[in-house]
Design a protein around this ligand. Sequence first.
Ligand SMILES: Nc1nc2c(ncn2[C@@H]2O[C@H](COP(=O)(O)OP(=O)(O)OP(=O)(O)O)[C@@H](O)[C@H]2O)c(=O)[nH]1
Ligand SMILES: C=C(OP(=O)(O)O)C(=O)O
Length: 207
Amino acid sequence: MRDEVDLVVPVKTLGRAKTRLTSATGGDPVSHAALALALAMDTVSAALATPGVRRVVTITSDPAVASEMAALGVESLPEPAEPGLNEALRHGARTLGSGRIGALQADLPALRSAELQAALEAAGGRRAFVPDRQGTGTTLLLAAPGGALDPRFGVGSAGHHRISGAVALLGPWPSLRCDVDTEEDLRLALTLGLGVHTANALPAWTT
Ligand SMILES: Nc1nc2c(ncn2[C@@H]2O[C@H](COP(=O)(O)OP(=O)(O)OP(=O)(O)O)[C@@H](O)[C@H]2O)c(=O)[nH]1
Ligand SMILES: C=C(OP(=O)(O)O)C(=O)O
């Protein structure tokens, strides 16, 4: 491993998160918030267990998220004044400082540490990204050591990261590429093997 990585994990306020997944929990806001939190907890737990990851911080203005992350030993930074995902990530990267920085999406409930470690190693010293399984979104963006993260998340982010010069990493890492946006994604993540938090927060239709 060339350089250890400090990861920023953005987590939206639970009441506004994962709107495309609303049908999975039958419209019940309490179950929905619990599921959104569980996705983030499993993502962060796997990241914490990954060799090559030095530090994980979340960016969130949700006190419930910050409190659960603190129980995992993870610091949460509040959102910056400027709204939006990329602004939150830039704020996290600035706070983490001059090491090697990465952004990991918080909706990877099947994430395996070995797959994240393999992606970090495949990046070498390059600014790089891992597209989601559809090839359109981004699940992981890595700055070069000491370099800028330059996040371009949002619709079609994989294309934007590629155009900005980041190298696409396309290894055999299904758990790292399976972000959960929809019920279909959740079904696939279930077949890959969910982390314990999400397994305990699953909606009734999965059992
Ligand atoms: N801190 C922070 N995190 C964000 C923000 N927008 C999105 N995220 C997080 O970024 C990641 C990717 O976002 P999406 O997959 O679009 O998740 P989402 O916005 O909760 O889902 P939808 O409502 O279905 O679009 C998730 O981990 C979100 O929690 C934001 O404005 N601030
Ligand atoms: C937010 C993103 O992805 P999605 O909403 O598709 O998960 C993204 O890739 O920038």
